[in-house]
Design a binder for this molecule. Sequence first.
Ligand SMILES: Nc1ncnc2c1ncn2[C@@H]1O[C@H](COP(=O)(O)OP(=O)(O)OP(=O)(O)O)[C@@H](O)[C@H]1O
Length: 572
Amino acid sequence: MQTTDDATPPHSLADWKVLFPYWKSEEKWWAWSLLGGTIGLSVLYVQSAVWFGAWYHRFFDAFFAGEVGRCLGMLPFYLLVTLGSVGVHATQTYLTQVLSMRWRLWNTKVYLRQYLSEEAYYRLEHGPNRADNPDQRIADDLSQMTVQTLKLGLDAIDAVTTLLSFAVVLWNIGGVLSFDWHGHHFHIPGYLFLGAVLTSLVASGILERFGAPLIGANYRQQHFDADLRAGLMDVRRNSEQIAFYGGENAEQLRLSGYLTHIATNWRTVVRYTWRVNFISEFYTGVATIPLWLMLAPKAMAHALSFGLYSQINSAYTQVRISLEWFIFNYADLATLRSVLQRLGEFERVVSQSSRSGIVRFASETPVVQIRDLTLDRPDGAPIARIGDLTIQAGERWLVRGPSGSGKSTFLRALAGLWRHGRGEVSFNMRQAMFLPQRSYVPSGTLRQALSYPATPDHYDTAFCQQALEAVNLAGYGHRLDEAADWGAVLSPGEQQRLAVARALLFRPAILFLDEATSALDDVNERRLYEALLFFLPHTTCVSVAHHDALRVFHDREIVLGSGKAAFSALEK
Ligand SMILES: Nc1ncnc2c1ncn2[C@@H]1O[C@H](COP(=O)(O)OP(=O)(O)OP(=O)(O)O)[C@@H](O)[C@H]1O
């Protein structure tokens, strides 16, 4: 598993690009319609608030003048508008949620497609440019991105509409501030609105100054949480090995290391969240004081009725709240920026071309052509020079050499997984199959595991049972439709036999085996190779193996050693 370093990459404008593709996709009509509906409802909702402001003015003036009859007459309309505005608000939330889910699903499908194409999932784990914990990025970050972006975006649109609507009201009913100072006469129209803007700007500036480190801390927090989760998954996946080694203390130490990172960074998050909360809540508490000060001249001149004050207060509060959008959403904005950063990083790594170094061409023949092939390490240091080699259809080659000489790397290069080095490789890739040393056994039914990567209905039961029998797994023939965690149930040797049974079902034109029978006893290993010869007599075969006993099943060999490859025919 990869772990995260402590550095937070700089935030780049390019990260915001991950937000756009959905709005230009085949779903764009749905997306824009839902967004348009949501914004329309939001404008309607704000307009109802403007109406309530004016209604309060009339109602309280009548109320404090003791005109109870007029007040009662105004109530039915009030109830009706309340009902409408509540309905508008609930429908807006509903549309937002629908849009959020559609956006998330679309993005997740795109990311999964990118992740599972051109072996990006492999490059992310083994390549020189990595992005840690792709599972978290696809499952959690995408969900957060859509939910947060819509929430913040719609809140921002709400804020702008509210600001525009109430700024007019506040400007009109707030009047003009006129005073003399040092022999000069001042005349400030819309001074209540200007006062609200100034107060909010000062508060936002203070918040940015004291809260900025929260963005980096949030970014790191997501990394560290993902590291812990991946560490726990490692324990789950390797529980048996850990139990055999008695590795509980080592695991405890390793997981505690992740926890220490979380705790240290969490302290930073908590400290800055405290600051941000303190500043924004203190501001909320004192924000009406400037209004009272600004209204004092009107009150002293007895030019302020309770109805007027109530309307001014409501308009001032709305203007203030909409200007405070940044203040109230600072923490969410910080989280969104770090989520976008992680997704941008993922996109960059996934989209990096894997077409470098060793080049692979697809051909239609079962002949494997290798031209001027050199295998290097990722840092450019040489592993082995293979040179030119043609493996004719039906030939069987054994690849031998000391540990670390580059045998597996050679097969990885043929499979297109190893790009470090140079040269060309071509063969019929659609008709080729690679069997690695550690077989992959997906959970589900045994039929699923056996047919992998084909679908479970691809081969009929009799054919599956015949393949199992050929690899000495006849005892499992009646359990084909039994669902289990077969990767844990089958022994490593049985898993290797299952993998060879897959090859018997798939009938590849070219079969590559990388120590694919290494966990087996001599008898079973011989039996597997006999089965391969019997059932796939025309298949080209390239096997990496240490056991000399396998020489009889091959007619040529490649011996790797001292950075070179030697080719020779094998005596039977
Ligand atoms: N991802 C990697 N990053 C850096 N070096 C690597 C990587 N994978 C393999 N190597 C190096 O490449 C060399 C060849 O490795 P390879 O696995 O091909 O050896 P091998 O001959 O198959 O060994 P064995 O018989 O032990 O399986 C080794 O020195 C190994 O350390």
